[in-house]
Design a protein around this ligand. Structure first.
Ligand SMILES: [Zn+2]
Length: 112
């Protein structure tokens, strides 16, 4: 996946999240490269709660870990494709599908 390189972290102003490395194709006139103002290359701004900015900052690392766990589950033969809403593997697949929305999301079903 070609997201902006990590690490991401809260920046200096306006509930922003920044990266130490520039987003691909960033242009100076957009303001995303105003490293002096934001404290890094701008990922997003106007995030109201700092806790949300921390969560957004952690997203690339969480994505990497989720992909690692998906791989481990497959290697161990534990990758479940039952599709139940309460299945941890289903929830992992659904979460990962949100990162690559152009791919088909796994189907889920609930027994309720
Ligand atoms: Zn399952």
């Amino acid at each position: 996946m070609a997201h902006t390189p990590r690490p991401w972290r809260p920046g200096k102003h306006g509930g922003c999240v920044v990266s130490d490395k520039p987003p691909q194709g960033v242009r100076k006139e957009t303001g995303h490269a105003d490293v002096d103002y934001y404290g890094g290359f701008l990922i997003c701004e106007s995030v109201f709660r700092i806790e949300d900015a921390w969560l957004i900052s952690a997203a690339p690392d969480l994505y990497r870990v989720a992909k690692d766990f998906e791989e481990v589950l497959k290697e161990l033969g534990l990758f479940c494709e039952c599709g139940r809403d309460d299945c941890r593997t289903t929830r992992l697949r659904v979460a990962l599908s949100k990162v690559t929305p152009l791919l088909p999301a796994p189907t889920t079903r609930s027994d309720s």
